[in-house]
Design a protein around this ligand. Sequence first.
Ligand SMILES: Cc1cc2nc3c(=O)[nH]c(=O)nc-3n(C[C@H](O)[C@H](O)[C@H](O)COP(=O)(O)OP(=O)(O)OC[C@H]3O[C@@H](n4cnc5c(N)ncnc54)[C@H](O)[C@@H]3O)c2cc1C
Length: 291
Amino acid sequence: MKPAPFAYHRPSTVAEAAQLLAATQGKILAGGQSLIPIMSMRLASPAALVDLNHVPGLAAIDVTSTAVHIGALTRHAALEANDAAYLANPLLRRALRHVAHATIRNRGTTVGSIVHADPAAEMPAVLRLLGGIVEAVSSERGHRSIDSADFFVGPLESALQPDEVAVAATFPHPPGGSGSSWAEISRRHGDYGLVGVGSLVVLDEGRRITSASVCLISVGGTPVLVDVTDASSGTTYDAVDWTAALELVDAAIDPESDIHATAAYRRQLARVLTGRALAQATADAIARVAA
Ligand SMILES: Cc1cc2nc3c(=O)[nH]c(=O)nc-3n(C[C@H](O)[C@H](O)[C@H](O)COP(=O)(O)OP(=O)(O)OC[C@H]3O[C@@H](n4cnc5c(N)ncnc54)[C@H](O)[C@@H]3O)c2cc1C
């Protein structure tokens, strides 16, 4: 199928893009890897597209002492390949490798994925796990920062208002002594995950666990963040038993059945992958402390 007719605008500044978005009640076009298929299937028929791709300065990756900052046009592939971002925060590359295929990552943007808010997408969960921020601009109300805790509202629904352009996202660095991992099962390489789990484990100098958390995809309407610190804290890394953490995750998720997997299978995957992700993140923390 082909999309319904739409007007096409090519702004050259963020201010112009925000004005056009408000005036046309259209949609921002970033990488087009989700929007164009949806339009082609006539699941959405926006009257206008406001193409961000000709606005200069939006593709930067800035690694500071506290965070990785990316612009709205930073492609998944550029962030995945960025060694400074990987060194500061390995979870970014680890999760990005599960986002679709390389060709889609070449064009799709990480901020676009966050705004699209697919509950099966990896990078919204990474932003949520790390406590990141989305920067938004509207022509009426100016700039605001939206905490990831408030950003994901429901399936394909974020707190971004229809007249707002997301201009950047910030992924804070994980704390010292931490390790991270991403574990996921999909039916074929490049498919959306049946379940995916990001994990962050923090150890103190005595190699005791001081905090542990996981964020799961495809088991609810939004990324599901579960703090499992109470299930493990104070235990040394080699004596930890994650059974209580798995129970906390089981209570927090609400998976659905679809053509890809039953809810019961997703629940089982969530347990297996959570155990795996926590063990890998703990091993990563030990390796990083030793390095
Ligand atoms: C076959 C296939 C497999 C895929 N598999 C995966 C996967 O496994 N995991 C995964 O996470 N993703 C997957 N994707 C989606 C891919 O990651 C997309 O790149 C991403 O979802 C959207 O990014 P985009 O830049 O292409 O956004 P677009 O498609 O351009 O836009 C998506 C939506 O976000 C809005 N939007 C985008 N940017 C902004 C902005 N800056 N401000 C305001 N609104 C904005 C658009 O208006 C639109 O509503 C897959 C896509 C395909 C086609």
